[in-house]
Design a protein around this ligand. Structure first.
Ligand SMILES: *Cc1c(COP(=O)(O)O)cnc(C)c1O
Length: 460
């Protein structure tokens, strides 16, 4: 898994090992990637199961814990159903995600609704279903006061922002002093207001916090969780009853996009939490976690055809079908979200040969639609395939409709291990369709086709 050939090395993004080579070859061989499928997403089904297993193992000695998957990280019904099958719950943050979680088959008691802008209708539905709801503000608690039916099975919580500071990626840091999320715990009067909110609401039994993930050191995440734990202790001590009975400690474990190693691990996360808040695992509180990227990122990749290559101003450019429509974050924030890229021939076998600095560009019509600048790779040519690694979360599952480009197809795969002869796996690979590529009819329909006349009608 950690094979390296320095030929591809560029800017901290080491070349991938051979983990998915047989899958790429099979995808090309079976026509999923090529002229008929210029770009597609792929998910390693067994890899997902293994990552969920590692998460459960890390918390094996915790008395009561519900691990939820943050649906936004890979909002595809078959993926959510796979995760439900692995024993996960689901964290949702919109009516759409709630619908997907229900379609995937999660029991409502294993679903948690977050989001800073829940409508009354959304809250009503969540309470009727019995899914847990974390209020994002004291204002939202007042809405719940009015909407809650005393018989509701929903566990209700309040999100706090421990204001422990941000990580290296501003937009991914949720616990800064001025973050839009949760009740800002260190603001004047906030602690007293929170204690009072729990005092007058016997049904409010959970505290929630989520510090962020990518770019956030474990110590920062653990510090935020420790503040929530201390607050729970303070609320219970002040009220003289065990009002807070569970802690939703959020998620977020940064993913290592630089090479194949999984770092930090869930075990390291638990160790950091144990240091910061030793009482957290004592069983005083049941726990909820919310992980997304760390479960899926390394278990998925994007494959895309190279349509053309050209030279411009002394630079080699490969025009591929993987651009901002499927690698949005990387294209818009290339320094924060660099990806490892692999080069494969038209038959899906890894390319070899001397490396050349190449810009790997996408199909979108804006100049910045480039997923990597000056990347050292074997020289790409028309009909080759590029692979964008570690893109199982927030990439193909979160497409952008720019240029009316279709949402790419997504396939799950299982690679049966091949002979133990050091050749990497070479056994058969089977694929299952997770999502069809969007058709031109779909694109027309969602672009207002049903209202085609709306702006030229004279009578209206
Ligand atoms: C996005 C999100 C998560 C999951 O974050 P990852 O970085 O994908 O692990 C968890 N909790 C909340 C509230 C979130 O918004």
């Amino acid at each position: 898994m950690t094979q390296t050939t320095s030929a591809h090395h560029q800017g901290g993004t080491a070349p991938p090992g051979a983990r998915f080579d047989a899958v790429v070859r099979a995808a090309v061989g079976q026509g999923l990637l090529g002229e008929g499928g210029p770009v597609a997403g792929f998910i390693d089904t067994e890899g997902v199961r293994a990552s969920v297993g590692a998460l459960h193992d890390a918390f094996a000695t915790t008395p009561e814990v519900l691990h939820t998957f943050a649906a936004k990280a890979c909002s595809l019904v078959p993926v959510l159903r796979l995760l439900a099958d692995c024993g996960m719950g689901c964290e949702v943050a919109s009516p759409g995600e709630l619908r997907l979680a229900m379609e995937a088959g999660f029991a409502p008691s294993r679903v948690v609704l977050d989001s800073p802008a829940k409508t009354r209708e959304e809250i009503r539905l969540a309470l009727a279903l019995g899914v847990a709801v974390n209020a994002d503000s004291l204002g939202e608690l007042r809405r719940i006061d009015a909407l809650r039916n005393p018989g509701s099975a929903s566990v209700l919580g309040l999100r706090v922002n421990p204001q422990v500071g941000g990580g290296s990626i501003g937009p991914m840091s949720t616990a800064t002093d001025t973050s839009k999320f949760g009740v800002a715990l260190r603001d004047p009067g906030a602690r007293e207001a929170i204690v009072e909110a729990f005092r007058v609401r016997p049904w409010l039994t959970r505290l929630h916090t989520h510090v962020g993930s990518q770019g956030c050191p474990l110590e920062l995440i653990a510090d935020g969780v420790a503040r929530a734990y201390e607050l729970a202790e303070e609320i219970n001590a002040t009220l003289g009853v065990r009002r807070v009975t569970s802690l939703d400690i959020g998620g977020g474990l940064p993913v290592n996009f630089a090479d194949e190693t999984v770092h930090p691990s869930y075990a390291e996360y638990v160790a950091a939490l144990t240091t910061a808040a030793p009482g957290l695992f004592s069983g005083r509180y049941s726990l909820v976690t919310e992980f997304g990227r760390s479960l899926l990122a390394k278990n998925g990749f994007i494959g895309a055809r190279v349509e053309y290559t050209k030279d411009a101003g002394g630079r080699r450019i490969a025009l591929t079908h993987a651009g901002a429509q499927t690698a949005t974050r990387t294209v818009l924030m290339p320094d924060a979200w660099p990806l490892r890229i692999g080069a494969f021939g038209p038959d899906g076998t890894p390319k070899t040969g001397p490396s050349l600095a190449q810009d790997i560009a996408g199909p979108c019509c804006f100049a910045g639609d480039v997923v990597a600048y000056g990347r050292e790779l074997p020289e790409l040519a028309e009909d080759d395939v590029v692979v964008l690694y570690d893109t199982g979360a927030y990439y193909f599952s979160t497409p952008w409709a720019y240029n009316s480009l279709p949402r790419p197809a997504v396939y799950g795969f299982r690679a049966v291990a091949g002979p133990e002869d050091g050749s990497g796996h070479d056994g058969p690979v089977t694929f299952a369709t997770v999502r069809d590529a969007q058709s031109l009819d779909d694109i027309a329909a969602e672009s207002g086709l049903a209202h085609a006349d709306a702006l030229v009608r004279r009578d209206g």
